[in-house]
Design a protein around this ligand. Structure first.
Ligand SMILES: Nc1ncnc2c1ncn2[C@@H]1O[C@H](COP(=O)(O)OP(=O)(O)OP(=O)(O)O)[C@@H](O)[C@H]1O
Ligand SMILES: [Mg+2]
Length: 483
């Protein structure tokens, strides 16, 4: 891709936002690559306040990035931001009727780098799609029985991909659906022993699954893949064929549930053909906007963007950390819609791959609900723990405010007390009490911009390990909406 002059890559100490003139209050590239989480109620100034400040800093410094779209106006926001920062030429809008295509399976099979085409990675991709779908519809949640079905589905997908690869058939969702619908039943395999070779070959011509098994057998004969082949043959002709009554339909239904959206609409049109928009494009300074807003495209929008995000994250991790890397950013507003288990893994290496994640959400309860299960807190806490910068805007959500107060922490504070006793027994004094540095209710009173607040959005910013010029671990910042 022909692009204009490569921007000069600035060091980790380069400031991206200055909250005051004091150097201690500068927010640097080092902070950005450790990730950002912005919380704030509806209309608290997340997008027009802190969000815009960070986004413009990334754009001004020539970073490429990936933008997820929850709301339909996200694309317009980025078009405006790109215009204001002279980055219009670097904007790539991946949307319906655009010429862009991304086929996740094809990409994963044929990309460069370690682990390309590994069955495990492909199955992982499918499982993530499956979980994303479950999260979106609100089903599933990590219980014991859930895990049993997850494993059964995973095994089934592994075997299907293995069979297609050994038979040298295209690994595609279409072919997996075909395999599953033709997979023989118990009474059919029982007849196999009495069938002649010709009859079996004839069966293979009519039955895609049997056809693949025969073809794979021919291809593997006398090679080191015979053992793998036996395993797969066994799976389809014994294990899967003989699964108890309810088990098989449940596996089939689960797979079809995740596969069917790919057989129509945007997923068929833009995510099943041949790839021409690679995640790596953003590493050269392009900003890819996934304009499939969830509010319009619903589950398809979640799948499309979730898959792109996952493979983009893995591509970012493959960047060689030794090079002078131009940072890239991952922009996820309404992040609860796009959470995946991989986010946390990604965050642990994001620093060395110079990936600046920004997650925006109204409240932490959104994350708990999205992760689901009996106790989502450890997972959510661990993800948030790996996002170094937290910005808290005005919020009425008690859980978030309590969490924010806890995150910032306690300190002994002088508390004035007056004990009113009878007659002369009234006394006044000062006692030390362990209190929150910022009390939960203070988050309900932060200014949320607009003309009445002089276009200033107030946010409490905390960066793990940082002491600000006020000698505290948080800073009360004002973000200008008019800039
Ligand atoms: N440029 C601007 N000038 C004046 N007011 C603005 C401007 N941009 C936003 N506002 C107002 O400031 C407030 C904060 O808006 P903003 O869209 O940033 O909130 P948000 O936290 O992103 O909300 P949501 O959760 O709905 O995405 C709103 O009342 C909005 O109408
Ligand atoms: Mg917003």
């Amino acid at each position: 891709m022909q692009s204009k002059e490569r921007p000069i890559v600035k060091g980790l100490d380069h400031p991206l936002a200055k909250f005051s003139l004091n150097k201690q209050d500068w927010w640097t590239v080092r902070d950005a690559v450790r990730g950002v989480q912005i919380f704030g109620g509806i209309g608290s100034g997340k997008s027009s306040g802190s969000g815009k400040t960070f986004a413009k800093a990334y754009l001004k410094n020539g970073y490429g990035g990936l933008v997820m779209c929850a709301k339909p106006d996200e694309r317009e926001n980025w078009e405006q931001l790109a215009k204001e920062t002279g980055r219009e030429d670097d904007l790539i809008i991946f949307r319906e009727d655009s010429p862009y295509q991304f086929n996740p399976l094809d990409y994963e099979l044929n990309r460069g780098g370690k682990g390309a085409g590994e069955i495990f990675n492909l199955t992982y991709l499918f499982m993530e799609i499956y979980k994303m779908g479950n999260r979106f519809t609100g089903s599933g949640g990590g219980g014991e029985s859930e895990r049993y079905w997850d494993n059964a589905l995973k095994r089934n997908m592994n075997r299907m991909i293995q069979l297609l690869k050994l038979a040298e058939e295209e690994v595609s969702i279409k072919n997996m659906i075909k395999l599953l619908s033709y997979a023989p039943l118990e009474h059919e395999v029982d007849k196999l022993a009495e069938m002649s070779e010709e009859e079996i070959i004839k069966w293979g011509e009519e039955n895609y699954c049997i056809g693949c098994i025969i073809e794979a057998g021919n291809k593997c004969e006398g090679t080191d893949k015979e053992e793998e082949y036996d395993l797969i043959k066994d799976y389809f002709l014994r294990e899967f064929a003989r699964l108890p009554d309810k088990t098989r339909p449940t596996i089939v239904e689960s797979f079809l549930g995740l596969a069917e959206p790919f057989t129509s609409g945007i997923l068929k049109k833009h995510f099943s053909g041949s790839t021409n928009l690679y995640p790596e494009t953003s590493f050269e300074g392009k900003i890819i906007v996934l304009d499939f807003p969830v509010k319009e495209y619903l589950a398809s929008g979640v799948y499309a963007q979730g898959i792109y995000k996952l493979l983009w994250q893995q591509a970012a991790e493959r960047r060689n950390p030794k090079e002078e890397l131009l940072p890239v950013f991952l922009w996820v507003d309404e992040a609860q819609l796009f959470l995946s288990d991989y986010d946390q893994i990604f965050q642990t290496t994001a620093r060395s791959s110079r990936a600046c994640t920004v997650f925006i959400s109204q409240n932490i309860s959104n994350y708990y609900a999205a992760i689901g299960g009996r106790d989502p807190r450890p997972k959510v806490d661990s993800l948030l723990g790996n996002l170094g910068t937290k910005v808290f805007h005005a919020n009425n959500d008690a859980v978030t405010n309590e969490w924010a107060a806890k995150t910032i922490g306690n300190a002994f504070k002088n508390v004035r007390s007056i004990n009113v006793g009878k007659e002369e027994n009234t006394s006044a004094g000062i006692s030390q009490q362990l209190l929150y540095l910022v009390e939960p209710r203070e988050f309900t009173m932060l200014k949320s911009g607009g003309l009445e607040n002089g276009l200033k959005v107030e946010g409490i910013v905390t960066v793990a390990g940082k002491t600000w010029s006020n000698n505290l671990n948080f800073y009360r910042a004002f973000f200008d909406q008019s800039i």
